[in-house]
Design a protein around this ligand. Structure first.
Ligand code: GAL
Length: 373
């Protein structure tokens, strides 16, 4: 089964935008392996928009890779990516054009799916720009879902309609394995916060087989690249990564992996956070304490563990309250939680009934916990 757990990998858009080419992809593939990201589970390398010529081949009707960016064609790049043990991802759009105005797959769904299979693609991100007026959104995704089933290759279907048409209510029925629920992220705390808060009521719509995709990560961008914006600092990135893990969201890196620092690598390969994200039951996090911009989330994991995250989306330092009663652990039970800090690995002991934790502006605390007396 594809998408047993949230897909992980890298996507070119956040950093490179239209500045993609064979060299960037091959160097990124090398870096994913050399820096231990493949070993940590980041196995898809996805080429986003702007990879093709502006027109289809007039004779075959096929989309054609840009001959300057990809002089050896796409199979060559895909073979290289596969030779590194990675999986290869492509991008197209349900409309007549992609968002950056390259050919879209509208009315060419089966031909394009076959073309991607010929390239050796394992993943297709499918966008939603230039959809003809009156077209039925769900049907467009159903068509590509069928085309991918027919193409003779197992291809992970990554839908991207930014949450339109109440996507979470029908997207699983199209065969999609993940779906974008939000508009585009940029590398600022505000953008990340708005995206995170917009999905608080939709956490149950991310489950085994089809995960709620809250967009590619901006971790490690520090304001550089296609969606650079104001940039973020390491505290902001720590909160971003922890939220994505708590939400069972796909983890698609968007920073330039070739330049990732040790600190960035340490964050995105944190074993406990990845365990929380990749937990086989993919249970939704629930809110234990809602202070508006300051929230406490808890998430059941498969081995009797519980993850707890206190996050402060606000700009002032605050304290977060954990009432164990709200976690389902009443005082009368005698139970509390043995709590281990996911970043330091330090166990802070067994806590019961009530715990107040300081959370600095933009920061978070996160623990992996076991019931204990
Ligand atoms: C947007 C999409 C982005 C990126 C971009 C490419 O619609 O949300 O993630 O793929 O198109 O043009």
């Amino acid at each position: 089964m594809l998408s047993k757990t949230p897909p992980m990998g890298f996507n070119t858009w956040n950093t490179f935008g239209e500045n993609i080419n064979e060299k960037v992809i091959m160097e990124t593939a090398d870096a994913m392996v050399e820096k231990g990201l493949l070993d940590a589970g980041y196995n898809y390398l996805v080429i986003d928009d702007c990879w093709s010529e502006k027109e289809r081949d007039p004779e075959t009707g096929k989309i054609v890779p840009d001959h300057i960016k990809f002089p050896n064609g796409m199979k060559y790049v895909s073979d290289y990516v596969h030779s590194k043990g990675l999986k290869f991802g492509m991008y197209s759009c349900a409309g007549t054009k992609t968002c950056a105005i390259y050919p879209g797959s509208f009315d060419h769904e089966f031909l394009d799916a076959e073309t991607f299979a010929e390239y050796g693609a394992d993943f297709l991100k499918y966008d939603f720009c230039f959809v003809p007026q009156g077209a039925n959104g769900p049907l467009l995704y159903r068509k590509m879902g069928m085309a991918l089933k027919a193409c003779g290759r197992e291809i992970l279907f990554s839908a991207c309609n930014w949450g339109s048409d109440n996507v979470n209510t029908w997207i699983r029925s199209t065969g999609a394995h993940m779906y974008r629920s939000t508009g585009d992220i940029n590398d600022s705390f505000v953008s990340m916060k708005d995206i995170a808060l917009s999905q608080v009521d939709n956490l149950a719509y991310s489950a085994v087989g089809c995960f709620n995709d809250i967009d590619m990560l901006t971790i490690g961008m520090y304001g550089k690249g296609n969606v650079g914006s104001t940039g973020c600092n390491d505290i902001d990135y720590k909160t971003q990564f922890t939220i994505w893990c708590m939400y069972s969201a796909p983890l698609m890196l968007g920073g330039d992996i070739r330049t990732f620092s040790e600190d960035t690598l340490k964050l995105v390969t944190n074993k406990i956070l990845l365990r929380i994200n990749q937990d086989e039951e993919a249970r939704p996090a629930f809110i234990v304490d809602d202070g508006g911009k300051r929230k406490v989330f808890a998430k059941h994991l498969s081995n009797n563990e519980i993850a707890i995250m206190c996050v402060n989306f606000g700009d002032n330092d605050e304290g977060a309250n954990i009432y164990f009663e709200n976690l389902g652990i009443p005082a009368a039970s005698g139970y509390g939680l043995e709590m281990t800090d996911v970043y330091t690995g330090e166990c802070i002991g067994v806590k019961k009934e009530f715990l107040r934790l300081p959370v600095a502006a933009h920061d978070c605390q996160c623990f992996i916990c076991k019931l204990a007396k």
